[in-house]
Design a protein around this ligand. Structure first.
Ligand SMILES: *[C@@H]1O[C@H](CO)[C@@H](O)[C@H](O)[C@H]1NC(C)=O
Ligand SMILES: *[C@@H]1O[C@H](CO)[C@@H](O)[C@H](O)[C@H]1NC(C)=O
Length: 458
């Protein structure tokens, strides 16, 4: 008798849950303002390439690249690099040297990448049909995917989007088909503003369309966040990133970032067990365990690293001038030590540099849950409500994307649809079937919010 009742309850519950899921499934918003559903950032090496922004699977954009970033581009599967400008002078980000175009071409060649420059030295006329048509002559000669860059991933994004708009205008079979409005929607989704007269005029010329009314504008604080171009804008003062480097801190500060939330694991977990994550290393695969396991030794010893080499044919000099091996084994620049990534170091350096630093560890590859977010919710909202720019980072900008979209949604009273759209635009699909744990975390908190706010109104 009791058993029967349980059975009835169970069946009813199942019917209820199934219909709820069906409801959700049909009402799930899969709309994005990006050209297509983007992939998660970083191609085949997300920890190394989290800062490359996907426009389409063939085209990703970036700011001015360091030598390390060019090598990482090769490690992670890019086939070519294109610079919008001819850089005749070196530059720097903190104490990291940024090579000239001639030097970059040499590094790219050693890395096995094609390298090309779009505009001549004296040409700064970037928002021009000329830049687009020069790009059109170069792109078909290159292997893909291509990493295209300028100084702050701003101008190159415009030129690349217009190149795609022009190509789709002349070829109806080209995917994606992109018009004037789509260019501006995607720009807004990427936190970039091209609402100047001269950019709109170039867009009109390329697309053959009249300038639309009420073009979408980005919602980002500060407007010029892309002085630190590596960040991913989420909404208003919320941004995500992968592992930041010590040499980038000055730039990060000058771009206006005040708060840094770190969601990587600390040196020890809450039970006192060692829990260091990994650093990125030139010509070494990501992702083997920091402390090793039965099959493989601790990650940063030579025997293990030898087994993790990406390209065994690389010259030793590819790693560093007097390197005795063709792989890197330490990365102090991203707060690494002899074992792996060291969160204590990052805290010390960031606090000394004047940032408001918060550690909110989330296990890499772990499950998301309403409780996990609940642990950090109040602190995140307290920081968010200052209205000051916040960079939430982990290793590859993946786990933080889920957490940050939800924090922004709660702070700015956005609904589930908004959260799902924003997450998709960042390259992550969340639905009742994909990343279901995140979906349940979102529904729990965003429904609770509705419930609370209707109570408040009563
Ligand atoms: C647009 O594409 C057409 C066809 O490929 C090409 O002939 C033309 O030069 C392109 N225009 C620009 C501005 O790139
Ligand atoms: C390795 O690099 C050095 C210095 O750039 C060069 O002289 C040498 O020929 C290279 N060796 C190979 C096998 O490519």
């Amino acid at each position: 008798m009791f058993g029967d009742m349980n059975l009835v309850t169970l069946v009813l519950l199942q019917i209820f849950v199934t219909s709820l899921c069906d409801d959700l499934q049909t009402s799930i918003n899969s709309h994005v303002d990006t050209f297509q559903q983007r992939g998660a950032p970083g191609l085949r090496a997300p920890k190394k390439l989290w800062w490359a922004k996907e426009i389409t699977p063939d085209f990703h954009v970036a700011g001015r690249l360091s030598e390390r970033q060019i090598k990482y581009a090769a490690d992670g599967g890019f086939k070519s690099i294109v610079s919008l400008f001819q850089d005749d002078y070196p530059s720097n980000i903190g104490d990291e040297y940024l090579p000239t175009s001639a030097e970059a071409a040499e590094i790219a060649k050693q890395a096995g990448l094609d390298y090309r420059v779009i505009l001549d030295s004296d040409n700064c006329d970037w928002a021009s049909a000329e830049a687009v048509s020069k790009m059109a002559t170069i792109v078909p000669t290159l292997n893909k995917p291509i990493l295209l860059h300028c100084n702050r991933a701003y101008t190159i994004t415009f030129v690349t989007m217009l190149y795609i708009a022009n190509t789709s205008r002349h070829d109806q079979k080209y995917i994606p088909q992109v018009n004037f409005e789509k260019v501006y929607k995607m720009a807004a989704a990427m936190g970039l503003d091209f609402i100047m007269d001269f950019t709109q005029e170039t867009a009109a010329k390329i697309t053959g369309e009249a300038i639309p009314e009420n073009l979408p504008e980005p919602n980002v604080v500060p407007d010029e966040w892309y002085d630190y171009w590596l960040a991913h804008p989420v909404y208003k003062n919320w941004f995500t990133a992968g592992q930041i480097r010590e040499n980038q801190l000055e730039t990060l500060k000058m771009a206006g970032f005040i708060h840094v939330v770190n969601m990587r694991m600390g040196v020890h977990d809450e039970n006192g067990n060692p829990s260091q994550e990994q650093v990125t290393l030139i010509n070494v695969k990501d992702g083997t365990p920091t402390y090793g396991n039965k099959e493989i030794g601790p990650r940063q010893i030579p025997d293990t690293l030898k087994k993790l080499v990406i390209n065994p044919l690389r010259n030793n000099s590819f790693v560093a001038e007097n390197s005795a091996v063709n792989f890197e084994s330490r990365n102090p620049g991203e707060f690494g030590d002899e074992i792996g990534y060291n969160e204590d170091r990052e805290r010390q350096v960031l606090e000394k540099a004047g940032f408001h630093y918060y550690h909110m560890p989330v296990l890499s590859g772990g499950k998301f849950s309403p409780e996990l977010f609940g642990k950090y919710k109040d602190k995140l909202l307290e920081i968010g409500r200052t209205g000051e720019p916040i960079l939430v980072h982990c290793a590859s900008a993946h786990r933080v994307a889920y957490m940050t979209v939800l924090a922004a949604a709660l702070q700015y009273n956005k609904d589930l649809d908004w959260a799902l759209q924003r997450t998709r635009e960042l390259g992550f699909v969340v639905s009742p079937t994909e990343h279901k744990d995140v979906f349940l975390m979102y529904t729990a908190w965003l429904r609770l919010k509705n419930f609370n706010s209707s109570k408040d109104e009563l």
